[in-house]
Design a protein around this ligand. Structure first.
Ligand code: ATP
Length: 361
């Protein structure tokens, strides 16, 4: 799978960009604040409809403009044209020229895995980061996951709105509870099934990165212990008092343990970084296994921060991308890269919102 063409209009500091990309290893070079990460952000947006920096759409619009357009030609078994237009008044998502009505028709057309400094939040941050990690894996590997998730969210919002009323309509509450339970059970089951598959790959990747033999374990943690419906009945009085849904997959976490201790509290900074890297490598491997083709890899700035052994752990992943004629996009301010890859690089120069082929002098 690869991104054959990228078109940006008023996206971040790009007024206008039209570029074609071959399969292979693309190195985006440039000084700070020139727009390297913005390119990766646009590519990630095409795959996930989100920014990996965790910002909303309004921040992606070029200063002083009213909307952005990000469009691409993507080649896998078949070729697709995808485009996203966003302004405060209008949102348009198209696949092969037609408006996308259901997101599951779209998600999965193009898959990426990003490696960036924010990944550390998977270890240090709140449960929300880890739920997102699981949800992204599931939406990109199980086509109906997203519609269950949307059903759950609708029921949760309706239920919370009811609980906030002065007199709660208990019949309506029961109705939304049934919907919440049906969709919630499905989500929990999928997550529970996914975690051991991810865990095995994380352990393997972690050992490759650290060269050590520490035990890293992932444990799915839910507020629901046995039966969602029964437990909701049990907490009903507390929910009525607190006016909010107190149980369910919206509160799940993925516990990450190093030698049986919570990583966030006990791991060293270096170990945390290696663990975050291992989680992302596991994600890329799982995509490859499920779809038979590696995702496009986006590597933002992280190479410079990694020591040689951690950088070397990337090599098998990059090699596989190369063999499968997939792509890697990596940003750097200078060439801090294992020399063995240098002959294969396709170099680009990024300067004030422009991207140009760069020939080493
Ligand atoms: N909405 C926006 N409109 C216009 N310019 C923007 C917008 N958002 C960010 N920028 C500009 O984009 C530039 C930052 O781009 P980017 O984050 O891609 O930098 P970078 O080249 O990756 O730098 P670094 O190496 O420091 O990470 C800054 O000049 C910033 O002012």
């Amino acid at each position: 799978m690869h991104l054959a063409r990228l078109r940006l209009r008023n996206f971040r500091n790009y007024a206008r960009l039209d570029v074609t990309f071959e399969p292979g290893f693309h190195l985006l070079l440039g000084r700070n604040a020139q727009g390297k990460t913005n390119i990766l952000e646009a590519i990630y947006l095409l795959a996930t409809l989100r920014s990996f920096r965790g910002v909303g759409n309004a921040d992606l619009v070029r200063f002083g403009q009213s909307g952005y357009l990000v469009a691409a030609g993507v080649v896998s078994d078949v070729a697709h044209e995808i485009s996203i237009y966003w302004s405060r008044q209008e949102r348009r998502l198209t696949l092969d020229g037609r408006a996308v009505r259901r997101l599951e028709e779209y998600l999965g057309t193009f898959r990426v895995t990003v490696f960036c400094t924010e990944d550390l939040q998977l270890i240090k941050g709140t449960a929300r980061h880890r739920r997102r990690f699981l949800d992204l894996l599931l939406t990109q590997t199980e086509p109906d996951y997203l519609s269950w998730w949307q059903r759950y969210l609708r029921a949760l919002r309706a239920r919370n709105a009811l609980l906030k009323q002065t007199t709660v309509d208990l019949v309506a509450l029961d109705g939304f509870t049934r919907e919440l339970v049906a969709a919630g059970q499905m989500l929990m089951e999928r997550r529970r099934r996914l975690v051991p598959r991810v865990a095995a790959r994380v352990l393997e990747a972690y050992r490759r990165i650290s060269g050590g033999s520490e035990e890293i374990r992932l444990r799915y943690q839910s507020t629901v212990r046995e039966d969602f419906a029964t437990e909701l009945v049990r907490v009903r009085d507390r929910e009525l008092a607190r006016r909010v849904t107190l149980l369910g997959p919206h509160l799940d976490d993925l516990e990450i343990l190093l030698e049986d201790r919570p990583a966030a509290a006990f791991a060293s900074e270096g170990q945390k970084r290696s663990m975050a890297l291992a989680l992302k490598m596991a994600q890329a491997e799982l995509f490859t296994e499920v779809h038979g083709a590696p995702p496009v890899l986006l590597i933002d700035d992280v190479m410079g921060e990694l020591d040689e052994s951690r950088r070397a752990a990337f090599l098998p992943l990059l090699e596989r991308a190369h063999l499968a004629r997939s792509q890697v996009f990596m940003t750097a301010t200078e060439e801090s890269w294992p020399k063995e890859l240098a002959p294969r690089l396709i170099r680009w120069r990024v300067e004030s919102g422009t991207l140009k082929p760069d020939r080493p002098g």
